[in-house]
Every structure is written in structure tokens, then in C-alpha cells.
Design a protein around this ligand. Structure first.
Ligand SMILES: O=C(O)c1ccc(O)c(O)c1
Ligand SMILES: [Mg+2]
Length: 611
């Protein structure tokens, strides 16, 4: 698959955009006219910059409001087109996108539109240029890709073909199966965009809310399946008009974009094999398949001063298994739950979650897949005879350790010593979930990263009100729930650094007896997140709880939820730096996260931060 991307997707100057596209590994780009018009660089300079970067210039766009016009206007439009053909010759671009007329069309007659496109095609042919006619979803007379194709067919000129744009097709709910009826050689260009399900006029939806494939709600895998079966083998280009991408760092957006295409190619390949009828000629990259992660291997908190975190873990019933033999890193454990406190190069750093270890069925394959999906490799200094671990960084900077699942427990534990040798028994038996905050402008990217590299599935996202703003939360989980990572958008007040790093993150531990964990913690002096009395009155009203049980909840600052599947009890510790802990007890089959209680937590944390 030839990968391409429209310069309109990215922020910066045209030169910045080209460099970012090349660095992310794209084969080519679409030059969006506005980017060239505002550039001080000449067309020749852009041409040679792209060539030097190894990028092909695949498309010049858009040419607007050409067809369906009066004869007078047609003459003017042809003059306008010819100027652009000359420009394209200077740039070495041989395909121009012509959008269906949205403004000046007055003749609703396919024969007229076709004849006019044919005239344009004849002119384009003199410059060696091909025209790709695209139905905009809000076109005046042409808004459906099959309609655009019928006009192209009537124009019957070798230099006139069509451009398919998944947004215009799927936003209007046209069935992409009809793509297979178009001869592949008449599909001159293909643009891909995904979008969240929104109810608004289609123009605003298109101009502001497009996202990369896999980040929205469109079925782009099925779209691609029909495209591949049509026999098309030209560029597959991302064209994403998005308010956030326009202001985010272009290098990072380009990597996110590339990841989305690689993942889409893989999903399309799998889809076509499953369907089994006609695989087309497009070569689709495949990746090492990896099974879902099997569980958490460990979680790591980085802290300049580890003392407060040690105390918290002790209060929750963990014991120290000692220090790493060469690093300023310590291990705490309870049953099979392992927590690392890392103080390396952390002078003055306030505590925060820095790494998550996942048990995976095949660690080298998982690492190779992540790197092919553009995860950042993490190089670790390790001594001879230390276990070699596969580590990549998620877009938010969290280090993801891909650990080979070992029934006897991780080999790296033998590198620690000086504490007790046996983890504490106790009621905490697993890491239930890890909650990582994400900067608002990179939320979709994070969801795509965790889905594509780690084989985690998104649950429906929820929005939780807090005194600082609405917190959007998206759980990514393995199908058996052994790995659950909750991604939260950090409200802007915490986001001074622009990377979400000021917002507290947490590790939630699963236990079999929350009341006993809480009582031990009280006896060991744990500072709980205080829960207001109003909450308990509301609980009583909602659930009609037994008075003695309610008194226990109140006494220990416990929170409670119940749904059709079961019951949920949990509590939170106070926040230290940017981290806190939660302990949860899931009764029977409760699968949620106590969402009705999240606003109570956020408000209490807000009160605490002001105290
Ligand atoms: O929003 C637009 O005008 C516009 C322009 C060119 C395109 O290819 C497109 O899909 C939309
Ligand atoms: Mg388009």
C-alpha cells in the first residue's frame, strides 16, 4: 500500500509538514493549495525539498466549483484550471483533485457536468495531468460517489477519473460496496478519514472533527476491503481536517497518522482473508500478531524521595523485597502483586507512575509489533546477567515493559535482595487497573496506541464531571479483564506543561476483603481520601443499604456501587505528588469502575489540593 497524507492534516509551515511526513515514513503527500499559497518557498523549492526527503507529490488539491456552470463561467473556470496545471507541471504533480461544485453550479444536468469535465480533461491532457473528481458530501448537485462516478463515466476521457474519500461516503451512509463496480483504473485517488459519531451538519463535521482511521466510528476496514477488491493499487492518503491536529506538534501527529494506516492495513488484510473472496493486488503490510496481554507484571512509581510511597505500600499490606543490586530501585510485593519504586535520576521529582509491566504470550513479538507501529524504543542500561526486558514508550511517555509470561514468576525478581524473600500474604491479589492521564490533544492517539500495539479493546468512554472540568475516561481492556488501563483526559488546570503530567494517576489493587484491607491500613496510619457525609446519605437513598454496612462504609471512607452484575467496594488513598492508590473489591460479576463515585473522588481530591 502506498501511503500518503494531505498537508492540511498537520500544523506548521509547508516545509515543517514535509519533514514530519518523511520522518514518520510516508511515501508521499497531497499538497493542499493553501499551504503552498502562503509559503515563501517557490514551487520548485518545494518540489526539490520533497524529492530530497524521498517523498512523492501525489496530488494537488482542491480545485473547487468547476462543473455544472454557464458557458461564461466555464471559460473562466478553464482559465483558472490552466494556471494550476502550469503550476503543477513546475511542481511535478500529475493528479489534481476536483471537488464537486458547492457554490456556483446552476445546471443540474449530468450530461452538462460530464461535458464540462471532459473539456477540462482535454486541457489537462496537454499538461499530462489527470483529474480526480470527488463528490463532496455537501455538493450542490453531486454529493454521492456513485453519482460522481456516473458523470466521470459519461465524460469518457482518459484524463478524467474519480477520487474516493471515505468521509464523504460514510458520513452520508452511502454503501462502499459499490466501489467494486468502479473500474480500478478510473479510481485516480483515495482519501481516508474516520470521524466520531456526531449529529451536526456534515460540512462542520468534515471540516473540524475528522480523525485518523481507527480513532472514530466509521467502518474503514470494510471500506478498505471493497477498495482492495476493486483492484485499486494507488496511494491511500489521509485527509484529516481536525482543529486539534492543526495546533498539535506536527512530528507527533504524523507518527499517529502513520500508525493508523499501518494498523488499518493489517486489519484490512485480516478482514480480506476472513472473507476469502478476491484479495486484490494492493500489498498490505502485516505485523507480528500478538495475543492479548495476560496480566500486569508490575507497576512502577518514580520518585525523588521514595519514603512516602514506601509508607503507603506498607499501609496497604505490602512488604519490601529489597533493592535492585545495581540500581536505585526497590521492589515491594503482596501475593503476586509487584510494585517498583524507582529513584534513579529522580532527584527532586515528585512521585508519579512511570512504567507498567505487562505479561504477554510472546515478548519479542510484542516488542517488534510495537516498534513497527512506531512506538518509541526505550534503551535501558543493564548489566551482564540481568534479564533483558523489552521496553517501549507509549505516546504519553509511560514505559511499557513487555514481559514474557512465566508461571514461576518473573526472572527479574532475583535481581533484588536485602528485604524479606517472601511477598506478604494478604487480601490484595492483583493490580485491577492502572489509570493514566493523557493530555487532551493526544487522547485519540493514546486510544489507538493501546489498541493497536497492545491488543487492548476500548470500552465505551464515559465523561465524569469534576470541579476542574469534565474528565473523559476510556478504559482499554483485555477480554478477560486481567489487564485494564483507564485513560483520562487531564483537565486543563493541571496541564501547565501541556503533557498532562500535572494530573494525578493511580494504580488500583484488587482484593478479596476490602474492609479488612481498610482496617489494617487504618491501624497503620493510612490517610484516606475523605468522603463527604452527603455521599452516604445519597447511597442510602439510592440503594437502601443495611445500616450496619452503611456505618462501616462511613467509618472507613469506603465507596460503594451496585449494578445488575454485582457489587463494588473501593477506597482511595490521599494523593502524593502525582500518584495515589485505590483498592477495590469486586463482588460477583461487577465489571465497572464505580463510575457514579468518580465525581465524588474528583471533588474530594480537588478539596484536598486546596487545603
Ligand atoms: O472541505 C472541503 O472543502 C474539502 C476539500 C477537499 C477535499 O478533498 C475534501 O474532502 C473536502
Ligand atoms: Mg477529500
Amino acid at each position: 500500500m502506498r501511503t500518503s497524507i494531505a498537508t492540511v492534516c498537520l500544523s506548521g509551515t509547508l516545509e515543517d509538514k514535509l519533514r514530519a511526513c518523511a520522518a514518520a515514513g510516508f511515501d508521499g503527500v497531497e499538497i493542499f493549495e493553501q499551504d503552498l499559497v502562503v509559503s515563501p518557498s517557490s514551487p520548485e523549492q518545494i518540489r526539490s525539498l520533497a524529492a530530497g526527503l524521498g517523498l512523492t507529490l501525489d496530488l494537488y488539491q482542491p480545485f473547487r466549483d468547476f462543473e455544472g456552470v454557464t458557458e461564461d463561467l466555464l471559460a473562466e473556470n478553464l482559465r483558472r484550471a490552466e494556471a494550476k496545471f502550469r503550476l503543477m507541471n513546475r511542481m511535478g504533480i500529475d493528479t489534481m483533485l476536483v471537488c464537486s461544485n458547492v457554490a456556483t453550479a446552476t445546471v443540474d444536468d449530468d450530461a452538462v457536468a460530464a461535458a464540462q469535465l471532459r473539456r477540462m480533461g482535454e486541457l489537462a491532457a496537454r499538461y499530462g495531468i489527470r483529474l480526480a473528481y470527488e463528490a463532496l458530501a455537501w455538493g450542490r448537485f453531486v454529493s454521492d460517489f456513485e453519482h460522481a462516478w456516473r458523470i466521470v463515466e459519461m465524460a469518457d476521457h482518459p484524463n478524467v477519473g474519480t477520487c474516493l474519500d471515505s468521509f464523504h461516503i460514510l458520513s452520508r451512509r452511502w454503501d462502499p460496496e459499490a466501489i467494486e463496480k468502479i473500474p480500478a483504473e478510473k479510481i485516480f485517488f483515495v482519501q481516508l478519514a474516520d470521524a466520531p459519531e456526531l449529529s451536526m451538519d456534515v460540512l462542520s463535521w468534515s471540516r473540524h472533527y475528522r480523525v485518523f482511521p481507527g480513532e472514530g466510528a466509521f467502518d474503514l476496514v470494510r471500506f478498505m476491503g471493497h477498495l482492495v477488491r476493486s483492484g485499486y493499487d494507488g496511494p491511500v492518503s489521509l485527509e484529516i481536517f481536525n482543529d486539534v491536529f492543526r495546533q498539535a506538534a506536527e512530528e507527533r501527529t504524523a507518527v499517529d497518522a502513520m500508525r493508523s494506516l499501518i494498523r488499518l492495513a493489517e486489519r484490512t488484510s485480516i478482514h480480506l482473508q476472513e472473507e476469502g473472496n478476491g484479495l486484490g493486488t494492493m500489498e498490505l503490510a502485516t505485523l507480528p500478531g500478538v495475543g492479548e496481554p495476560l496480566g500486569f507484571n508490575f507497576a512502577e512509581v518514580k520518585a525523588g524521595d521514595p519514603e512516602h510511597i514506601r509508607t503507603l505500600l506498607y499501609q496497604l499490606g505490602f512488604t519490601s523485597l529489597g533493592q535492585h543490586r545495581t540500581k536505585q530501585v526497590e521492589l515491594w510485593a503482596q501475593n503476586g502483586v509487584r510494585m517498583i519504586i524507582n529513584s534513579q535520576q529522580a532527584d527532586g521529582m515528585s512521585p508519579g507512575i512511570s512504567a507498567v509491566g505487562l505479561d504477554v504470550p510472546d515478548a519479542p513479538a510484542a516488542a517488534s509489533r510495537a516498534l513497527q507501529l512506531k512506538a518509541t524504543p526505550v534503551t535501558r542500561r543493564s548489566q551482564a546477567n540481568e534479564e533483558v526486558l523489552q521496553v517501549v514508550a507509549a505516546p504519553d511517555g509511560t514505559e511499557i515493559f513487555l514481559c514474557q509470561a512465566e508461571p514461576a514468576g518473573p526472572g527479574w525478581m532475583s535481581e533484588f535482595g536485602g528485604g524479606t524473600t517472601v511477598p506478604a500474604p494478604g487480601s490484595i491479589t492483583a493490580i485491577d487497573h492502572v489509570n493514566l492521564s493523557q493530555p487532551w490533544q493526544h487522547f485519540d492517539e493514546a486510544v489507538l496506541f493501546y489498541e493497536s500495539t497492545l491488543a487492548l479493546s476500548p470500552r465505551p468512554s464515559v465523561e465524569v464531571p469534576s470541579p476542574m472540568g469534565l474528565v473523559r475516561s476510556q478504559v482499554m481492556h483485555s477480554s478477560d479483564g486481567a489487564v485494564r488501563i483507564a485513560l483520562n483526559i487531564a483537565p486543563l488546570v493541571f496541564d501547565g506543561a501541556g503533557d498532562g503530567s500535572g494530573y494525578p494517576q493511580h494504580v488500583a489493587f484488587a482484593c478479596s476483603d476490602l474492609v479488612s484491607v481498610a482496617r489494617t491500613a487504618v491501624a497503620r496510619g493510612l490517610e484516606f481520601l475523605p468522603v463527604p457525609e452527603n455521599y452516604y446519605e445519597d447511597l442510602e437513598a439510592r440503594f437502601g443499604l443495611d445500616q450496619a454496612f452503611l456505618a462501616t462504609l462511613r467509618e472507613l471512607n469506603l465507596l460503594y456501587d451496585r449494578d445488575a452484575d454485582g457489587e463494588f467496594l473501593h477506597f482511595y488513598t490521599a494523593t502524593i505528588g502525582n500518584v495515589f492508590f485505590e483498592v477495590v473489591e469486586r463482588r460477583t460479576g461487577y465489571e465497572g469502575y464505580g463510575a457514579p463515585n468518580a465525581p465524588v473522588r474528583l471533588a474530594a481530591q480537588y478539596q484536598g489540593s486546596r487545603a
